[in-house]
Design a protein around this ligand. Sequence first.
Ligand SMILES: Cc1cc2nc3c(=O)[nH]c(=O)nc-3n(C[C@H](O)[C@H](O)[C@H](O)COP(=O)(O)OP(=O)(O)OC[C@H]3O[C@@H](n4cnc5c(N)ncnc54)[C@H](O)[C@@H]3O)c2cc1C
Length: 420
Amino acid sequence: MTMSANPDRVIVVGAGHIGIACAHYLRQDGYDVTVIDQGDIGGACSYANCGFLVPSHVLPLTSPESLLNGFKSLVQPRAAFRVKLQLRPALYRWMLEFGRRCSRRQMISAGKVLHTILDLSIAEYRHLLSRPEMECEWQDSGLLFVFRSAAALQKFAATDSFLAEEFDVAASLIPGSDLQDLDPAFREGLAGAYRYEDDGYVRPDKLNTSWVKWLSAQDVTFIDHCRLKTVQKKNGTITSLLTSQGQMKADRYVFATGAWSSRLAADLECDIPVEPGKGYSVTMSKPAVMPRYPMLFPEAHIGVTPFEDSYRIASMMEFAGFDETIPSFRIEQLQDSARPYLKNPTGPAIEDTWYGWRPMTWDSLPIIGRVPRLSNALLATGHNMLGLTLAPVTGKAIADLVAERPADIPLDALSPARFS
Ligand SMILES: Cc1cc2nc3c(=O)[nH]c(=O)nc-3n(C[C@H](O)[C@H](O)[C@H](O)COP(=O)(O)OP(=O)(O)OC[C@H]3O[C@@H](n4cnc5c(N)ncnc54)[C@H](O)[C@@H]3O)c2cc1C
C-alpha cells in the first residue's frame, strides 16, 4: 500500500479523547485537520468518566476472573459486570471470542502490549499536560486501591506481586491504621490500600474543552452534529464522506468512532468487533469531607474522583447494546457502594448523572492502524476501559502512520488486520 507524497487534508470522524488526540498530533505534523462528530464535541464516552490516567492498569479485562464474573452476572441482574441476553449474533460471537481469551497466558500477552502503550502514553501526557493551555485539573497524585476486608487485601497482594514481577509496576502498601492520616475522608476500620504512585487524574470534560480550544486556535476545525452516513470509494481509496452536513473530501480519513465503530465495518470492508460496554457516573457537589486522592474500591467495583469543585463516583460494565437509559437503581448503587469506605460518600447535591459506552474489543487491546483494504483510511478505536489514558499514544501512532514514520508501538498486535 502506498500513500501519496504529501497529503495535506485529514478528516477525523469522532471527537472523543481519541479523535481529539489524533487531531493534535496530525496538526503538529502540519496537516489541515477537520474533526466531525455526530453529537457534541467530547460529548460521548469521553465526557464524564473517572478521569484516571493509569499506567498501572496493565492487566486486561480478558482474565480468568472476568469469565467467572460474566457467568455470575447472567443470574445477578444488578451485578456491576452484567451481560443482558439479547438476540444479536454479533454479541454472542464477541462473548465467545472474549471467553476464549480469558486465560492466564492471554492475560499476560495482552498485558505486555498494554504495558508498552500505557507507559508511552503517560510520557506523552506529562509533556502535554505541562502546557498552560491544558486546563484540566491534572493531579499527579497516584491512585489508591482501597480494601475493606483483610481477605480482599491479602488476595490483592498476590496481584500486586504479580504486577511487580511480570510488569515492573510497583505499589506501596498502606496499612489500614494509617489510612485516616493519609486521607481523613476514610472511615475507620478499613483493611488497607495499595498506592500506585505513577497514576494520576484529570477532569475529562475540561481536558476535551481546553484541548479543543488550543487546537482550534491552531486552525483545526471541529464540526459538531455532523454524522458520517456513508463512505464513498473508488479503487480501494476513499474519495469522500457523505455526512448529514453534505459531502466532505480529504486525502486521509481517520475513524475514531468509539463504541459505534462496528457500524462502519461494511463501509470500511473490514471486521471491527467493538461492542458498547456501558458504564455510569454520578457527579455531586463537594461532600463535607472531600477525599484527597482518587481511589478505586475493587471489592465494590467503583472509582471515586475528587475534582476541584465536585466529586464523582463511577463504575459498572453492562453489555446491553446501545441502551440509553440511566436506571435510578444504578445511581443509588454507586452511592451506596462508597458508604462502607467514606465518611461522606455523597455530596449535598447531584450535579449530573451520566452513562458512556466504552468501545470494547474481545482481546482487550485497542484497534490502531491502517484499514487493510482502503489505502487512505485509518482506525483508532476499541480503547476499552483506557481510552483517556491511551489517547496521546494513539494520536501519535496515527500521525506516525500517516507520515509513514516508524511508530514506537507494537502495531501488529493492534492492527485492524488481526480480525480478518
Ligand atoms: C464509567 C466509565 C469510567 C471510565 N473511566 C476511565 C478512566 O478513568 N480512565 C480511562 O483511561 N478511561 C476511562 N474510561 C474509558 C474511556 O472513557 C473510553 O475508553 C474513551 O472515552 C473512548 O474514547 P473514544 O474517543 O474512542 O470514544 P467516544 O468518546 O465515545 O468518542 C467517539 C465519538 O465518535 C462519534 N461518532 C461515532 N459514530 C459517528 C458517525 N457515524 N459520525 C460522526 N461521529 C460519530 C461519537 O458521537 C463520539 O463522540 C471510562 C469509561 C466509563 C464508561
